[in-house]
Design a protein around this ligand. Structure first.
Ligand code: IFM
Length: 483
């Protein structure tokens, strides 16, 4: 009998993902103190329409209803993040401060609800809501933030184990470092490339220290790291390969640089205990990298049990000729500070084809390519798609439903791309759809909808979209429908 090529492995973990500041609300309840996103979103002009996460999806009060929706959808796993300022609200750069039981109790209750519904929790420890007090002392540009993070990580792991067995140290450190400290379009909104590169190192250090701390506190825990890696390619099809390190010219140089800043500056130290020499060389005019102390690379070099990939869109680059209008289809504002440090001669042309409401090109090939690259470079490590999904301008129709065929199409294509990687041998253990609920999309506020469940922000009514029903069928059958 022919192999069903649309069928996933039997033990494939089907889930969906959210993050604390994007859904919880209740920012002043349960002993929580402000995070950098509270400060940033309350700063005029930083977030579309002046939106904040003060209420968001009110998940803090409605988590039982949300877990019931997940159960109805038949989800096997739920990835959520813990808000650090709920757990140690008095943290300072020198001391973690007392643990706030009320904060832990919220997550204990959520985990209990999930387990009772037969849904496996996966916990992200840092999804961008840094306690403001730490930012006031330097934030991720300051080494002690990484040290406190490791202590906080062990507290959470101890409190939520064994009901939770997978702890993801960081979500997308690329965004924390470059959007937070170089372009400033994310909290804390700083525009200082040297601080951004210091943040890169301290985030890597935070992963390493936290991994050791979790493993010491809870030896049975599985530790993961989630990176938003880029499938970087040029108009002539050149994609990153190590050969580009030797011959860097024109578009090939652009591919190498962007790959270095987005992929290798995180993968190389964590997986191999070294920083990419070309990135250090390219950025030597910005910083001397003296924030990397003797012995740090051994601390950072903590290979996770699971590597999480967040993939949404491809990254098309080429060498900018210096005269024609510079293209920035990656979404950064050409007239403002760039997240791409020492890349003044790189531009991001628009990729032809369809785009989501974020303006992101739709190209599932990157999903397969990145999973295969991770498998080739790190053969023993389990892989997980920890985020994938799309924003579209959904509306509730007169029939009361939300018809979102474009999202169904996007999910179908990207799940097929995951299957391609599995068939080629990549050990991809699961997939978390971003996102369960429409939510606070950072500097875009509530103007972008990623959920498979629609949220009416006036009434907090939840409506499962067509894509949610479609995903439920895929989860139940373990296979993609044939066209
Ligand atoms: O909403 C974000 C999420 O917080 C991190 N990954 C990308 C998503 C969509 O932009």
């Amino acid at each position: 009998m022919a192999q069903n090529t649309r069928q996933f492995p039997e033990d494939f973990l089907w889930g969906s993902a959210t993050a604390s500041y994007q859904i919880e609300g209740a920012v002043a309840e349960g002993g929580r103190t402000p995070s950098i996103w509270d400060t940033f979103s309350h700063t005029p002009g930083k977030v579309a329409n002046g939106d904040t996460g003060d209420v968001a999806d009110d998940h803090y009060h409605r988590f039982r209803e949300d877990v019931a929706i997940m159960r109805d959808l038949g989800l096997r796993s739920y990835r959520f993040s813990v808000a650090w300022p709920r757990i140690t609200p008095q943290v300072t750069p020198d001391a973690l401060g007392p643990v706030n039981d009320e904060g832990l109790d919220f997550y204990r209750a959520l985990v209990a609800e999930l387990v009772a519904a037969g849904i496996e929790p996966a916990v992200t420890l840092y999804h961008w809501d840094l306690p403001q007090a730490l930012e006031d002392a330097g934030g991720w540009a300051e080494r002690r933030t990484a040290e406190r993070f490791a202590e906080y990580a062990a507290v959470v792991a101890r409190a939520l184990s064994p009901q939770v067995d997978t702890f993801i140290t960081l979500n997308e450190p690329w965004c924390s470092a470059y959007l937070g400290y170089a372009s400033g379009v994310h909290a804390p909104g700083r525009q200082d490339p040297a601080s951004a590169l210091a943040a890169v190192h301290h985030l890597n250090l935070a992963h390493g220290l936290a991994t050791s701390a979790i493993r010491a506190a809870v030896p049975s825990a599985r530790v993961a790291l989630t990176l938003n890696l880029a499938w970087v390619h040029a108009p002539d099809g050149t994609a990153y390969s190590d050969e580009l390190l030797a011959s860097s010219e024109g578009d090939r140089d652009a591919v190498r640089r962007i790959d270095g800043l987005q992929n290798r500056v995180f993968l190389d130290p964590v997986m191999s205990g070294r920083y990419p020499a070309d990135v250090q060389h390219d950025t030597a005019g910005v910083t001397d990298w003296s924030f990397v102390r003797d012995g740090d690379l051994e601390l950072v070099h903590q290979v996770p049990d699971v590597l999480g990939l967040n993939y949404y869109s491809p990254t098309l680059v080429r060498r900018w000729d210096g005269s024609s209008p510079r293209q920035t289809a990656d979404g950064h504002d050409a007239s403002a500070a760039s997240p791409w440090i020492a890349c003044d001669d790189v531009e991001f042309p628009e990729q032809p084809g369809q785009h989501t409401d974020m303006g992101w090109a739709i190209d599932p090939r990157g999903m397969t390519e990145l999973l295969l690259r991770l498998h080739r470079d790190y053969p023993g490590v389990e892989l997980m798609v920890t985020e994938n999904g799309a924003a579209f301008p959904d509306q509730v129709s007169d029939d009361g439903a939300v018809h979102d065929p474009a999202r169904i199409d996007y999910l179908d294509q990207h799940l097929a791309a995951v299957l391609d990687a599995i068939h080629a041998g990549a050990p991809v253990r699961g997939y978390y759809l971003w996102s369960l609920l429409d939510n606070f999309e950072w500097s875009f506020g509530y103007s972008k909808r990623f959920g498979v469940v629609h949220v009416d922000y006036d009434t907090q009514a939840r409506t499962i979209k067509d894509s949610g029903r479609w995903y439920a069928k895929v989860v139940a059958s373990g296979e993609l429908p044939t066209a």
